[in-house]
Design a protein around this ligand. Structure first.
Ligand code: MG
Length: 159
């Protein structure tokens, strides 16, 4: 049996904050605001995996009212969720994502993001998609005030 899950996240960009996206540090003049490191791409993947399990969302598992998750590395939270998938008998087949950002350019960083995220999920580079779009100047993402991310995950369970 297979189940798919879908995840979405958006975080504000704040000048002077380090930019952590896709599990890597990206040199940029602004970073994503959040209780954790603000990694919206990893958060979207977490929600896709939890969706495939039918077990709530990132907010129920890692509440932003919990001091343990203040400035938490999202990649570590992703590892926890990957462990949850395994504990439910699931095996992640593939994950595909879209990052919507006006800047910085995401494409040049996609390989490094795959190298950071893939091992956490046990996925080869060919089973992890990271695609980049701009918002064509429209809305908060287009105005460089936020970065939005979408993710789908396919999980296989024993019959
Ligand atoms: Mg988030």
């Amino acid at each position: 049996m297979h189940r798919i899950g879908f995840g979405y996240d958006i975080h504000r960009l704040e000048a002077g904050r380090p930019l952590v996206l896709g599990g890597i540090d990206i040199p940029h003049g602004a970073g994503l605001l959040g209780h954790s490191d603000g990694d919206a791409l990893v958060h979207a993947i977490i929600d896709a995996l939890l969706g495939a399990l039918g077990e709530g969302d990132i907010g129920t598992h890692f509440p932003d009212t919990d001091a343990r998750y203040k400035d938490a590395k999202s990649l570590g939270l992703l590892g926890t969720v990957a462990g949850l998938v395994r504990s439910r008998g699931g095996e992640i087949v593939n994950v595909d994502t879209v990052v919507v950002a006006e800047e910085p350019k995401i494409g040049p960083h996609a390989a490094a993001m795959k190298a950071a995220i893939g091992p956490v999920l046990g996925l080869a580079p060919g089973a992890l998609g990271i695609k980049a779009k701009t918002a064509e100047g429209l809305g908060p993402v287009g105005e460089k005030r936020a970065i939005a991310c979408y993710a789908v995950a396919l999980v296989r369970f024993p019959d």
